[in-house]
Design a protein around this ligand. Sequence first.
Ligand code: 5CA
Length: 159
Amino acid sequence: MSTPLKPSAQRVQDELLARGYANRVVEFADSTRTAAEAAAAVGCTVGQIAKSLLFRGHTSGQPILIIASGANRVHENRVASRIGEKLVKADADFVREVTGFAIGGVPPLGHARPLTTYIDQDLLTYDEIWAAAGHPHAVFRLTPAELVAMTGGTVLAVT
Ligand code: 5CA
């Protein structure tokens, strides 16, 4: 039998199941807190890690989730002009408040409230990718098409 998931990772597994997705949350003994650590634990390239970056819209004040390839540094000014609003980086408290999860484990779905979401187009070049699953040692494998479906996100260039 496999060990039970940490409660915050189990919440992501429950959300996946409730929404009809068969993806399985996996917990590693090693940290998956950063994209590099997650790639090392999983045995994939860092580009295949879907990292969740939270911002606040400068005028709207609304949370904006950008899910980027671990290989990319998000160019905030270019993204801002593409989405029509300046971006302010979220702090740890804002991340916890709007997602319900701590930095290093923020999953693409199952948030405390619905989040406007954008997806890095480079993630769509991979057959499979990995995303955080609620805890800094938990991830799950998914396809880029599943990521788009789960989040209802808009695909765009982030670099
Ligand atoms: N579990 C891994 C791989 S899926 C993960 O969650 N990586 S991540 O990149 O999506 O999450 C870490 C991100 O949180 C960093 O890229 C960074 O943008 C952000 N972050 C880290 N520290 C802080 C901080 N103190 N305040 C706000 N954001 C932070």
